[in-house]
Design a protein around this ligand. Structure first.
Ligand code: ADP
Ligand code: MG
Length: 752
């Protein structure tokens, strides 16, 4: 029995999913696979694991596993469920890539989907588990898709052996046909249980015009207007990326400064007074039907939407604040403080946690977020949503193999999810910074991630599971044939797959190319928890005692953003001048870490190595990181990954006996040369050649680099260690398209 606190119990009872407990548990008893659909916030993630626990699915030696596509969600949901169940985190635990708090007592385990995939490689039957829940399946993350494919085979195998395993797939949208009606996946379609959302109506306000460029500016004006003119209630703004989020936070904080001390208590606040004044000037508040618990998606179908707009004439007119003239300057107004918080996945956890807490009294909460707030996290108290209608996605160019981030229109399903965030606690409003015609042109649903990214890592993992004919795998949505061919090609060139024989007809050769078996090197590579290019570097690292360095560099390359974001918004001038100082310090440190002479040629990778070495030498303390512009969370991840990679290498080749040395000395000149060769072996297909001034015909090529497959130039970023040096040939980790096509993780190839 679970001993919950009374207030927790009360809050639970309000969640729509509670009403379906019987139905869900009966379906799980009678079916090996069950799909549960319900709006974000209906209680799927926090409650379903508890149902299973209470029904005894973790009472024996088996445990309940839940996968999340995002680490943020795995960690915060495990904490939340532990709290709700009044159990220790030794019992309700989490495991993400490098860390976790799983113990022998763990009964409910939240993890990222990548973690479960690794476990399948160790134990194909997943014998520790009695139930696996695949959460947020609507996100269609690559690992989610693969896991569902694999589990569709594992579940029947377990049942055949008399040790049943249950599979639950949970999704926030009703579009589950890819899972349920895919006969390759499930011969008997699994039952779908719909949880009625207790969603309050959300009025949609479309812009008449659609800003094509400056939607961040438009979001700023709209947010200001909402804050000045509309009743209390949190504002959630959707933008596409960290830089935009920080820019808008900065502007909003400047416009409505919040300092400790300039706020009064909740309803006597200046904000309230101003609001009342604004209200008097306008017409009365809209009549909102509090009993209208619309179970329908807020604006399903064109007719409803058009009707919604019409209604604003009489009902919502004073909330339809219209398109913003872009030229109105917002003057700083400290009398109505806005409590502005950013939210994106790279943000430190303690910063992220702030959005769940009530804002300081007398202020209005405004969260400026990326897509993370769309479905995985429910922020309390949001009444207004401002939606830029865009999303930043990683695009993968099938011809050049280059990936880059691009901002595109989102899908109708995503836009509706975003709007829905405004109607969790009371009726709300969603301001779309685009016209209804533009909305009509959005695709209905977002594409499955697997169809728009390279798949070499997945193909290697699958080959290691002895799935040679990856084309025949029961994908919910299969990746393109081109992507599969490119993946096999890269893996063959890295030596991870056996080169197919060059005999027989063209067709036979083509078929052989798509079913190459894994090599021993490939197996070693697959055992390293990093992408194939980096795995190759690890496999070569034995030479010249380079392994500790290769491990450190690979760890640093695979952890996102090791440097702190020192361009972030600040609350006051004091903070801002400190940031300026720290930026200068970081620039200086980068130069120091890059070293001189031979080591400089290793470029950005040398900077990473220097940063990791220095940080470890200092004991990897938050103080050291803060003083030197390193992201503490990233450095801790690197430390853990170094340990993990060291173990993996020792398992594969015990004779090298490598260990993590906290006092790693810098590599010798000879070792640097060796390291550069190893890096080249892994990144060989990411080669670029400098275009010299005398060859430049078109000014766009100035200081540019040419890659074999791209028509446009790519550039070394000003923060790169090789920005001034501009070597003839370089290899890069990846290309990011921001204001220009910038290469990240650049290192020089030629000897000098
Ligand atoms: P779903 O998975 O269906 O989207 P959840 O189970 O995540 O729903 O959330 C159910 C409710 O639990 C949400 O409405 C939210 O208010 C509450 N909740 C979730 N996480 C937290 C948290 N960390 N702190 C407070 N409340 C939370
Ligand atoms: Mg959820």
């Amino acid at each position: 029995p679970v001993d919950r606190l009374p207030e927790i119990q009360e809050a639970r009872l309000k969640l729509p999913v509670l009403a379906e407990e019987q139905v869900i548990m009966e379906a799980v008893r009678e079916n090996p696979c069950v799909v549960i659909c319900g709006e974000t916030g209906s209680g799927k993630t926090t409650q379903v694991p508890q149902f299973l626990y209470e029904a005894g699915y973790a009472s024996g030696s088996g445990i309940i596993g839940i996968t999340e596509p995002r680490r943020v969600a795995a960690v915060s949901m495990s904490h939340r469920v532990a709290k709700e169940m009044n159990l220790s985190t030794r019992v309700v635990s989490y495991q993400i890539r490098y860390e976790g708090n799983v113990t022998d007592e763990t009964k409910i385990k939240f993890m990222t989907d990548g973690v479960l995939l690794k476990e399948i490689q160790k134990d194909f039957l997943l014998q520790r588990y009695t139930v696996i829940i695949i959460d947020e399946a609507h996100e269609r993350s690559v690992y989610t898709d693969i896991l569902i494919g694999l589990l569709s085979r594992i579940v029947p195998l377990r049942n055949k052996r008399g040790m049943p395993l249950r599979l639950l797939v949970m999704s926030a949208t009703l579009r589950v046909e890819d899972f349920t009606e895919n006969l390759k996946l499930f011969r008997t379609p699994p039952p779908v249980i719909k949880v009625d959302a207790r969603q309050f109506p959300v009025t949609i306000h479309f812009n008449k015009r659609t800003p094509l460029e400056d939607y961040t500016g438009e979001a700023f004006h709209k947010t200001c207007k909402i804050h000045r003119m509309l009743p209390p209630g949190g504002i959630l703004v959707f933008l596409t990326g960290q830089v935009e989020v920080n820019t808008l936070c900065r502007k909003l904080r400047k416009a409505f400064p919040f300092r400790k001390g300039n706020t009064n208590t909740a309803d006597t606040s200046e904000a309230m007074r101003k609001f009342k004044k604004a209200k008097q000037k306008k017409t009365s508040l809209p009549r909102i039907d509090l009993d209208n618990y619309s179970a329908l998606p807020v604006d399903e179908g064109d007719e409803d939407r058009e009707a919604g707009i019409g209604d604003e004439e009489d009902e919502g007119s004073d909330l339809d604040i219209g398109d913003d003239p872009a030229d109105t300057e917002e003057k700083a107004d400290p009398s109505i403080p806005l409590y502005v918080l950013p939210l994106y996945s790279l943000l430190a956890p303690e910063q992220q946690a702030k959005v769940f807490r009530p804002p300081p009294p007398g202020t209005r909460l405004c969260v400026v977020a990326t897509n993370v707030a769309e479905t995985s996290l429910t922020i309390p108290g949001i009444k207004y949503v401002v939606d830029c209608g865009r999303v930043k996605k990683r695009f993968y160019d099938r011809v050049t193999g280059v990936s880059s981030f691009k901002v595109t229109w989102t899908s109708q399903a995503s836009a509706n999810q975003r709007a829905g965030r405004a109607g969790r606690t009371e009726p709300g409003h969603c301001y779309r910074l685009y016209s209804s015609a533009v909305f009509g042109d959005f695709s209905l649903f977002s594409e499955a991630e697997i169809t728009c990214r390279p798949v070499e890592d997945l193909v290697l993992q699958m080959k290691d599971l002895n799935i040679d004919k990856v084309v025949n795998f029961p994908f919910p949505t299969p990746p393109s044939a081109e992507a599969l061919v490119a993946a096999e090609q890269l893996l063959i060139s890295l030596g991870a797959l056996k080169e197919p024989p060059r005999t027989g007809s063209v067709k036979e050769m083509e078929r052989a190319r798509l079913s190459c078996p894994i090599t021993p090197l490939g197996r070693a590579m697959a055992s390293f928890p990093v992408a194939p290019r980096y795995a190759k570097m690890l496999a070569l690292g034995k030479q010249q005692d380079c392994l500790p360095y290769v491990i450190a560099v690979v760890a640093a390359m695979t952890v996102r953003e090791i440097f702190e974001d020192l361009d972030r918004p600040t609350h006051n001038e004091d903070e801002s001048s400190k940031l300026t100082q720290r930026r200068a310090r970081l620039t200086q440190m980068r130069r120091l870490w890059a070293g001189q002479g031979a080591s400089l040629l290793l470029g950005d990778l040398m900077v990473m190595l220097g940063a990791v070495g220095a940080c470890e030498f200092a004991g990897c303390t938050p103080k050291f990181c803060e003083e030197n512009g390193l992201r503490y969370k990233a450095m801790v991840e690197i430390r853990k990954l170094r340990g993990q990679l060291t173990n993996a290498v020792n398992t594969v080749c015990p004779e090298v006996g490598v260990f993590v040395d906290p006092k790693m000395t810098p590599p010798t000149e000879h070792q640097v040369i060796c390291l550069r060769q190893i890096v080249l072996a892994g990144l060989g297909d990411h080669l670029a050649r400098r275009v010299h001034a005398e060859d430049v015909l078109d000014p766009k090529w100035k200081n540019g680099y040419k890659t074999p497959l791209m028509d446009d130039p790519v550039f070394i970023h000003p923060t790169s260690a090789l920005f001034k040096k501009m070597p003839e040939f370089i290899v890069y980790q990846e290309i990011m398209e921001t204001t220009k096509m910038y290469m990240r993780g650049v290192s020089a190839v030629e000897a000098e």
